[in-house]
Design a protein around this ligand. Structure first.
Ligand code: PLP
Length: 445
């Protein structure tokens, strides 16, 4: 066999593996139950001296690694924010690796930069953002927010404070730590939204408004925060990492985005794009360039008037991530994306109704999107035990948060393959395991 023939044979086997996986993942336990070290212990500690066939790698994927996977692409993965590695996204990732392009400069692969610009312009149109905005792709919301706050710090070097609600994601804390900025947490109201009374931005270089917080998906009052930011001159960054994708449905849009200096939206959360893909939009691209642009001699090119995207964020090398997002936008279309997101919101509403009507259970937060926060009666210990029990069944996988110092379960819907039956199974498992644990509340809140 020639190299190319071998590649085709291995490639067909890998695609078959992927198709079988997607077809069969519903029947696998969602959460891995291996013990720490189990997987590593089954693999050789030293690298092979001689080349091994790719088929052996594929075989070990099944034999050794599979039991160690918690399946994020499982339709009953309801933890954190449920995500989807969709078929167009998967295939585009294969092509991205095949091409192995680095879009650090326009010159190093003009189509990478131009497709990224086009795709982000499509995103502005789909999500209702001003089309004049600059947008580019980072690996994660953590990096996007770091870049935005770095631009804010550069624009207002005498101010060293960032303000965000106490429910803001920890990526804001981390960005502040990296940038040497002080994070001041603003308190939240009883719906977990940033409170405006006492909001003081006079010493802040930036304020972060969360639209879709991690715990409850609560929505900070962006128009009022934008007023306060405008009055003080602070940069307004909106963290819509999860919920931003829902703006593809006009009825799920919340006001004030057009007043932001920057916005982060993660298509790898709720837009069916395989991890990693985070879109950073800004109305102030020159401030991002001021924070990041450097051109060592070896990166100078004769191309003039072109966009070199490495000048807008921390990393120089840039993967061709736009291909998968473009493929997803094309292969679903606006209406396909809308149907899935509306269905996820409908399923969350359905589940919320079941919890509301079931004696012995309570809802713990309002539900703006597709995440339901709830718990069984009986205190923290029972809620914690229930989470462990449900996840151990492998039939569904949920995560938790703390609200008002109480342990709360979260059911997040966001996988493209999730059906009403999957949500029903999760509810059955929750009630069955709760009954098995008994009503007795171990000491708790
Ligand atoms: N912002 C919000 C609201 C999040 O929920 C998350 C992660 O769940 C992040 C930011 C960080 O995202 P990433 O993992 O892409 O850095």
């Amino acid at each position: 066999m020639t190299d190319s023939q071998q590649f085709r044979a291995d490639g067909h086997a890998a695609i078959d593996w992927a198709a079988d996986y997607l077809e069969g993942v519903r029947d696998l336990p969602v959460m891995s139950t291996v013990a720490p070290g189990d997987i590593r212990a089954q693999l050789p500690a030293a690298p092979p001296e001689q080349a091994e066939p790719f088929a052996d790698v594929l075989a070990d994927l099944d034999r050794v690694l599979l039991p160690g996977f918690t399946h994020w692409n499982h339709p009953r993965f309801f933890a954190y924010f449920s995500i989807t590695g969709s078929q167009p996204g998967i295939l585009a990732e294969l092509l991205t690796a095949t091409l192995n392009l680095n879009g650090m400069l326009w010159r190093t692969s003009p189509a990478v930069t131009e497709l990224e610009q086009l795709t982000l312009s499509w995103m502005c149109q789909l999500l209702g953002f001003p089309e004049t905005w600059h947008g580019h792709i980072e690996d994660s919301a953590s990096t996007s927010t770091l870049a935005a706050l770095c631009a804010a710090r550069t624009a207002l070097p005498d101010r060293r404070v960032v303000v965000a609600s106490e429910h803001a994601h920890s990526s804001i804390d981390r960005a502040c730590r990296i940038l040497g900025l002080d994070l001041r947490h603003a308190p939240v109201d009883d719906a977990f939204r940033m409170r405006l009374d006492g909001l003081d931005l006079s010493d802040a270089c930036a304020v972060v408004a969360a639209v879709g917080t991690t715990s409850t998906t609560s929505v900070d009052p962006v128009p009022e925060i934008a007023d306060a930011a405008a009055a003080s001159g602070a940069w307004l960054h909106i963290d819509a990492a999860y919920s931003g994708s829902a703006r593809v449905c006009p009825e799920l849009r919340t006001p004030g985005f057009e007043r932001a200096d920057s916005v982060v939206v993660n298509p790898h959360k709720w837009l069916f794009t395989p991890i990693d893909c985070s879109c950073l939009f800004t109305s102030r691209p020159e401030d991002l360039r001021a924070a990041f642009a450097l051109t060592p001699e070896y990166l100078r090119t004769s191309a003039e008037g072109v966009l070199n995207l490495n000048e807008y964020g921390p990393s120089l090398g840039r993967r061709f991530r736009a291909l998968k997002l473009w493929a997803v936008l094309r292969c679903y279309g606006r209406s396909g994306l809308q149907s899935l997101i509306r269905e996820h919101v409908r399923l969350a509403e359905l589940f919320e109704g079941w919890v509301r009507e079931e004696p012995g259970w309570e809802l713990c937060a309002p539900r703006p999107y597709s995440v339901v926060c709830f718990r069984p009666e009986g205190g923290d210990a029972r809620s914690e035990a229930l989470l462990e029990a449900v996840n151990a069944t492998g039939e569904a996988y949920l995560s938790h948060t703390r609200l008002n110092d109480r342990h709360v379960l979260r059911l997040a819907i966001g996988n493209a393959a999730t059906t009403e039956d999957d949500v029903r199974v999760a509810w059955q498992v929750l009630r069955r395991e709760a009954a098995r644990l008994g009503a007795g509340a171990p000491a708790g809140v």
